[in-house]
Design a protein around this ligand. Structure first.
Ligand SMILES: Cc1cc2nc3c(=O)[nH]c(=O)nc-3n(C[C@H](O)[C@H](O)[C@H](O)COP(=O)(O)OP(=O)(O)OC[C@H]3O[C@@H](n4cnc5c(N)ncnc54)[C@H](O)[C@@H]3O)c2cc1C
Length: 493
């Protein structure tokens, strides 16, 4: 495909290269086709499979999510994409029978206090009876109601600093760190509150208390049907279990549906097994030249949907030095999931929840266990359960050095100790995600603003994915849509 020479716009359609065939790349293509059906789109995917981190497998009546397992519905990305491709009727809600979470406390799984949403107790009285906090820890948490605003507030603050000053160290260590760690796999001392859960900073500023703000918002959302979503990650996570949805047949089925939708449209090309080696601007004709092992091709616009370090490595060191430097300033963490199938009768614990989060101070080798087939129906036959146990993350990177057998053995030991597992799983599979979790450290919003500012010097080049404005599937979709909208404007200009 050696075709770097400029094409006459009178004879050629506007051509776009999308680099990466994960959900971001596919959503970018979908929005482009919706906005400008005549735009010619090529999706370059390094592997032979679409979906990227999203991967679903089925075997012996078990449905296993090897990456994400659901998405939040109070952000438009996921739900709206499903509506636009005619897929909404394939989505199922979480199973109401098991809508609660557990947290490990002194070696024992205990319920997360009723109504506790990441850091905000929507039912303060439920705090009084939890065995997870000491008496003084409870008083310190509830005192937040009376604490008031700080004399001066910083533009950004780490999660740990905020929770420590508002609710005390025990609430941070025993509840907030493990609950937030389950989403971001991050070090709370570094995680930016402004970039991940601005709602809590805003509550402090508006109500002088997170508890007051939570109670006020709960009241107003009770008055307005379907109301109460504020759009940030915190607004639907934690205890609002009903806000998550998943395709009945797993997220891999959504990827198949999206691919099928795209293939119904003309001017969509899938270049599978095409790892991009470089993306360079041709100063002569202003196009973007995308290079693979097979050759190169020129495009009017290129969207890179990869992690920021890989994106930087594709750009020319000379021309894009400052952009490369900014992109590599975003750190990533690695994690692994051990997906395992069990007989329910093999556990002494009833496993009657959506999962368990593990505080770092418990000093275990696992971050969290998701009870996959308790969260959603149709994941396992009666009497069986699929678990997804998370390992590593920013807090325990050294555990990623374990080989697969050691990882499975470590998980088995932890499941035995925590849930009274009586025999080995029916199967266990390790899936590794190296440098796949962008870390939204304090100052993240400034870093992203600087990236976006610098990107203006590269007309026709776009960046999308989970590194910029939210880590979840709906955020990734939204970032692809934003890129598509900008490209459609460029094409129309
Ligand atoms: C373990 C884990 C669990 C998660 N769980 C959830 C969850 O439950 N809910 C949720 O909302 N979000 C979850 N997320 C986040 C969610 O998975 C991401 O937001 C989303 O999948 C990112 O998609 P993407 O397309 O941007 O990236 P990716 O899925 O990483 O896709 C990038 C694609 O680019 C390809 N590629 C790489 N290099 C090249 C190259 N040089 N040339 C061409 N192609 C290339 C890759 O093969 C890949 O297919 C989770 C993330 C992880 C890591």
């Amino acid at each position: 495909m050696n075709e770097a020479a400029p094409q006459s716009s009178a004879t050629q359609p506007f051509r776009v290269a999308i680099i990466g065939g994960g959900i971001t790349g596919l959503a970018t293509a979908q929005r482009l086709k919706k906005l400008s059906p005549k735009i010619d789109v090529t999706i370059f995917e390094a592997s032979r499979r679409l979906g990227g981190i999203i991967r679903t497998e089925e075997a012996d009546g078990l449905l296993m999510e090897l990456g994400p397992d659901s998405f939040i519905t109070n952000k438009p990305g996921g739900i709206q994409l499903c509506e636009e491709i005619g897929y909404s009727d394939k989505l199922i809600p979480t199973d109401a029978r098991f809508r609660r979470s557990l947290v490990l406390s002194n070696g024992r799984p205990q319920p997360v206090p009723d109504g506790f949403m990441l850091m905000a107790p929507a039912k303060p009285w439920a705090i009084l009876s939890t065995p997870v906090l000491s008496f003084t820890g409870k008083l310190r948490l509830l005192w937040e109601y009376f604490k008031g605003r700080p004399a001066s507030s910083a533009a950004d603050e780490s999660l740990a600093s905020f929770v420590r000053r508002r609710f005390g160290t025990e609430t941070l260590d025993r509840l907030v760190q493990p609950l937030v760690g389950g989403i971001y796999t991050s070090d709370p001392e570094k995680l930016s509150l402004r970039a991940t859960m601005p709602r809590f900073l805003d509550m402090e500023a508006k109500y002088g208390s997170v508890i007051r703000g939570t109670l006020a918002e709960a009241k107003s959302s009770a008055r307005s049907p379907g109301g109460g979503s504020s759009g940030d990650a915190s607004s639907g996570s934690g205890a609002r279990y009903g806000l998550f949805a998943a395709p009945e047949k797993g997220l891999g089925d959504l990827i198949h549906a999206l691919e099928a939708w795209l293939r119904q449209h003309s001017g969509i090309h899938f270049a599978m097994g095409s790892g991009i080696q470089s993306v360079e601007r041709c100063h002569e004709h202003g196009k973007w030249v995308v290079k693979t092992a097979e050759g190169q091709k020129a495009f009017d616009a290129a969207v890179i949907t990869l992690g920021t370090h890989t994106a930087a490595s594709l750009l020319p060191a000379s021309d894009a030095a400052s952009l490369r430097k900014l992109l590599t300033s975003i750190e990533y963490a690695s994690s692994a999931i051990v997906v395992s199938g069990h007989r329910l009768s093999d556990f002494q614990h009833p496993m009657d929840a959506f999962g368990l989060v593990v505080p770092a101070i418990e000093r275990r080798r696992i971050l969290a266990v998701s009870f996959s087939s308790r969260k959603f129906l149709h994941r396992a036959p009666d009497g069986q359960i699929v678990l997804r146990t998370f390992i590593g993350g920013a807090m325990q990177p050294e555990l990623m050095a374990m080989d697969d057998d050691a990882m499975v053995a470590a998980v088995n030991e932890e499941l035995t100790s925590i849930f009274g597992m009586k025999s080995e799983p029916m199967f266990a599979e390790v899936v590794r995600y190296n440098h796949s979790m962008p870390q939204y450290h304090v100052g993240h919003l400034d870093r992203v603003a600087a990236i976006e500012q610098t990107l203006r010097n590269f007309p026709g080049l776009y960046l999308a994915g989970s590194a910029y404005h939210g880590v979840g599937i709906p955020d990734s979709i939204a970032s692809g849509w934003t890129a598509a909208e900008q490209i459609a404007k460029q094409a129309a200009a």
